[in-house]
Design a protein around this ligand. Sequence first.
Ligand SMILES: C[S@@+](CC[C@H](N)C(=O)[O-])C[C@H]1O[C@@H](n2cnc3c(N)ncnc32)[C@H](O)[C@@H]1O
Length: 297
Amino acid sequence: MADVALARIPLVRAPSTAPVSVPTEPFVKWVGGKRRLLPQLEPLMPAGVERRRHVEPFVGGGAFFFARAPQNALLCDVNPSLVSTYEAVRDDVDAVIRALGALARRHGKERYYAVRERYNAARTGERPASQSSTAAMFIYLNKTCFNGLHRVNRKGEFNVPMGRYKNPRILDVDRLRSASAALRSAEITCEGFEGLLRSAKPGDFVYLDPPYEPVSRTASFTNYAKDGFSQDDQRRLRDVYAALDRRGCKLMLSNSDVPFIRELYAEWKIDVVQAARAVNSDASARGKVAEVVVRNY
Ligand SMILES: C[S@@+](CC[C@H](N)C(=O)[O-])C[C@H]1O[C@@H](n2cnc3c(N)ncnc32)[C@H](O)[C@@H]1O
């Protein structure tokens, strides 16, 4: 009886103090970032996308997520430092801004290598630091290291040398605040893409942007995390795609336009988009490159 009475009481929400989430851009540089591809990806989104949960199992820098700033999202990545940084920016952006401001003021070679050492000691637990100050170190290193790369050695230590920037923009307060607001409505987890089998729901819009299958052996940029992303991983991802298709999710996947990927996804709809190469040390390989977008709708 009490339940029936409760069900009849109209839902009155307390005035929200949450900041309004507005479209923004990534607060980290990330290899494979989708920022420049967005004008070609957005028209390919499914009907009614604004009512769907936005799910990104390979979130990286989150260009697509931040450009959309959706009301409801699930973001995942296998990189624990990245995920922890997202959590800190969402939950305590003021502390991240304060710590990053202090690091930025004294930027230089000595500072860079001292922060890198301190960051690795924090991550391994040798010298614990709070989540917000570790996140500030992560962002500082990302903005000042060579090409914004995230590379770790066998021991899991970040080992990228300092980049050659004259005046790097290390602290962007507005960007961090709008990212924090956008993340307020997002659940963020550190897990591999197979976690989707548990978490994805019918009707979700799932954008999958895995490490790409290399076009050739020398063009391999698949080593994002400690373990690379092999052809077996690409096959396992296709199996997850097929399972989510049967579940009723709306799926959109990016990858390079190579026969291996076209064969894996032959039963779905494949469009081609033209991307600019973001990172390539081989000048002859710069320019536009074809990518596929695989959709099940
Ligand atoms: C191409 S990047 C994504 C780029 C992103 N869309 C952006 O705009 O920055 C691929 C991401 O997949 C993550 N990753 C690699 N292997 C993974 C796995 N097995 N499961 C989930 N994420 C993985 C990497 O850490 C990396 O952040």
